[in-house]
Design a protein around this ligand. Sequence first.
Ligand code: FES
Length: 285
Amino acid sequence: MRITTTVSRLEQAQNLDRPAAWVRALVRRLPQGAVRDTLHGVPLGHPVHPVLVQVPIGAWFSASMLDLVPRTGPASTVLIAVGVGAAVPAAAAGLVDWAETHEQQQRVGLVHAACNTMAVGLYSASLVARLRKRPLRGRLLALAGLAAVGTGGLLGGHLAYRQATGVNHAELVPHMVGDGSRWHSVGLLSALPDGKPARRFLDETPLVVVRSGSEAHVLADRCSHLSGPLSEGEVADGCVTCPWHGSVFSLADGEVVHGPATAPQPVFETRVLGGELQVRLPGAG
Ligand code: FES
């Protein structure tokens, strides 16, 4: 049986929902704002968790390699300590991302987090053993930690590449709306509600249209976070809020004002001709 088939079964493991709800409630106590946005990776433009995990994984793997070389015990100890310390911000970033995902993603994510927590525990124990001059015990604990973090990494790959967690769900829009230099009609401006989001279509691509008097803002409707329908969200202060996990996007330029989304929404140019609202997406095609 392929490993991915086994991992896919985790997506349906409903007995993980209760602990997931408990952890999620805890993580969501962190209020929306600069700290949460930074942990999501909003300033970076993509999730920060995959960047942060490089440090503990790299340090721990290097420590195990050095464990094979004579007289490198002190260097291994330093690397393991660095990995344990660096795991804290990496875990914090992963948790805030995880708390705003679909339930199938949360099931796999919970086991991913459990493996990595186990790895931190094993490496911490390895550190203590090394400091107490018990090198063999320290090496064996580090090897067990490497197996745990490896399993966590496998599940992280499944989350990213099979379950599309953390990717830009609006990336395909410029490839689906045809020639970006051509204008397309999306209906009469007068038929749109004023100051409220409405859904219109450009061929198969859903758009969220927000009319403001004689003008309109038009963005791709599917949220870049996990494809939530922005046309069912709230509009206030020049922004639209996604109804699924609360990402806030500027109507003027599609930029992320608050996460969990990190990628901007594609924004269409607009004009009104003969009462018809027309749109185009520069650079599309
Ligand atoms: S789908 Fe998650 S915030 Fe929009």
